[in-house]
Design a protein around this ligand. Sequence first.
Ligand code: GDP
Ligand code: MG
Length: 761
Amino acid sequence: MEEKVIKHFALAGNPNCGKTTLFNSLTGSTAHVGNWPGVTVDKREGIYKKGKEKVDIVDLPGIYSLSPYTPEEVVSRNFILDDKPDCVINIVDATNLERNLYLTTQILEMDVPVVVALNMMDVLEKSGDKIDSHELEKRLGVPVVEISALKEKNLDELMTRAIEASCHSRKGVTVLNDSNLIHLIKDCEIAFRGKNVNNPLFHAIKLVENDEIETKNHPDLVKMVDEYKNQFKSDTFGDDFEAIIADDRYKYITKYFAPLIKRSEKTIEGKKKLTLSDKIDKVLTNKWAGIPIFIAILFVIFHFVFSEDLFYLGAMGVNFSMNFEGTAFEGLFWTDGGINSIGVFSANLLNSITGLITTSINGAMEAAKVEPALIGFVCDGVLGGLFAVLGFLPQILWLFLFFSIMEDTGYMARVAFILDRIFRKFGLSGRAFIPMIMGFGCSVPATINTRTLASEEERIATIRVIPFFSCGAKLPILTAVAGGLASSAFHISNPELVTLGMYLLGMIVAIVSVLFMRNTTMRGEVPPFIMELPAYHLPQFKALMIHLWDKCKHFVKKAFTIILLSTILIWFLSNFTWQYQYIGAEDGGVKDSILANIGQLIQPLFTPLGFGSQLRSGGWVFAVAAITGLIAKENVVATLGVLAAFFIGQSVDVEADGGIEAVAIMIQQTGISVPGAIAFIAFNMLTIPCFAAVATAKAELRKGTLKWTLLFWIIVSYVVSTMIYTIGEFWWTSFIWAAVIALTVVGIIYYNKYRDLKKIK
Ligand code: GDP
Ligand code: MG
């Protein structure tokens, strides 16, 4: 049999040109595709199996050039230079040919086989524009293949030609032959060749550009360039060789490549008018309207996912539920007269199914006269906790669907753009917004994404506030406690407002913390933020589904592993005394359980937060729930779910509403106040995130900063929750808090002044 050789190809191209889409199509993986620059930070690997030989494919981060200005550029450049792929597939966005070819001209300077994939051909064809790709191939000197990564068109041809190209070595060529600097470049190339350096042409040009990496690695050759500088001055750019070379590249592209695009009448017409996208941007990125619109959109999304009174029809007096009173439809579609939103409806649907499962298992076990301890274990310990968590899956998926739509249409990139103006004042660039918004999904990838931030201080500050952007696993805490408050005697009629409010609280705490850090321990300049706004387009169904499927898989896997284990553990600890005696729900003897003992020990710690000693004997449940949340945030509600059964001395139908009833029972049993319950949400949201997030932060942070980061999370959550509880309970404490905040601010200002003075001396 013929031996299968594995080849290595790399995908390189501008941000947002479709690299990851192509990577997914070729390798069948489900990497995150986003309609904004900077989604792929790390390189990703996959295998292409359709051809005769297997090919290993690496998706490099998106870059505009090979100069080492951003971490993405360094990663991509070093990969091509050091890992020496057998072929570089340079993806070029055909709708933006000239700008994309700027990178191509640099890749061509390396001694590596290159194939240009002309992507987005479907968009180009729709607009009626044409590119003479045969002529482009001749002029570039490397194969050019027209493809559509999204529609999976011509991908086999692309791979065939790439495999063919990879069989022959290629010498680097440059478009700078007409440049005034070509003699210097050639001399440097000879010098590099003399030093036996690979890719001499590429290094020579970068050296002439005065590139940071080259000048550091080859200080002996810098003299050549400097001497030349003394005798050569261009009229426009003086001795800025980097600018001269960039200009020469663009001149070449304009002269030889741009004429290959034939614009249709339609595009030419369109160019003259404001495009639709420009018009939309005028509104969405407006200086004043941009942020209110963003908040309004968030509100609408939350309304559709969490509201039990869609469009507030119930509150306006329209009562739909009467006709359906007593039927199965009632709970599913209507709550107290209002229509359920799509999120609540699907959660109710799933919960009635899981509820049915528990009841029938319970019934069957009772009929078979199984030990009550075993029934309790299966129904309350295993199913109770598990279903309480799974019950949130529908709402989480809806929320992510809406977020993915915002991202895929290109709207999120606009939000990053509007927020850059504000972020700058707090000491962050708009770049930091991307990992932050990813934090709404999960802190783990968000923390990894901070690698796009160029400054170390900005990066640490961002990693520390990412958990404040409430992740998917924290959502059940928000909704269950908010729902529990609403269904208790407190008359909070809009639980989704509490949920949205907590999301906003997280963002505000993040901003304040960044401001604080950037003025004290994490000082530094804010690097410039240059981002091209991607074109608006309709969300892609396939990409959305891949994204949702990923989320779903992740969540279910977690529910059946770590969360299941923790709920079982909690069930045991709450059902047995230190003497291994089974207590059982009926006796209501949970107060003597091991868990209660441990809980009572730590309970006083939470007194300033409103869920400590003032709650008398039952209050320890909140303390315990917060601690179990450190393993996985889903545990918080699952814990309350398991414990609720013991408190009222009978099984609670925890599954019926995803923990809301369980929390409501806890609220009634412990007498926790509204401010106390909200402080409880805030504490869980802001404190140390789950194990996985902490481990990622440890890996990404500079050595020695993790312990400060953990301390930071504890202090912030403790202080903010105490503030919420004390102000909510005793309004006059707001004066004390105001004074404390004012003193801190004055202190920082004075300290900074003193520091500046010392520096001047
Ligand atoms: P990357 O930043 O280069 O990895 O780009 P992505 O793969 O994340 O794609 C950016 C956007 O372009 C996504 O919204 C894709 O759906 C879209 N896209 C990618 N390839 C094509 C294509 O061939 N045709 C069209 N119409 N859209 C595409
Ligand atoms: Mg990508």
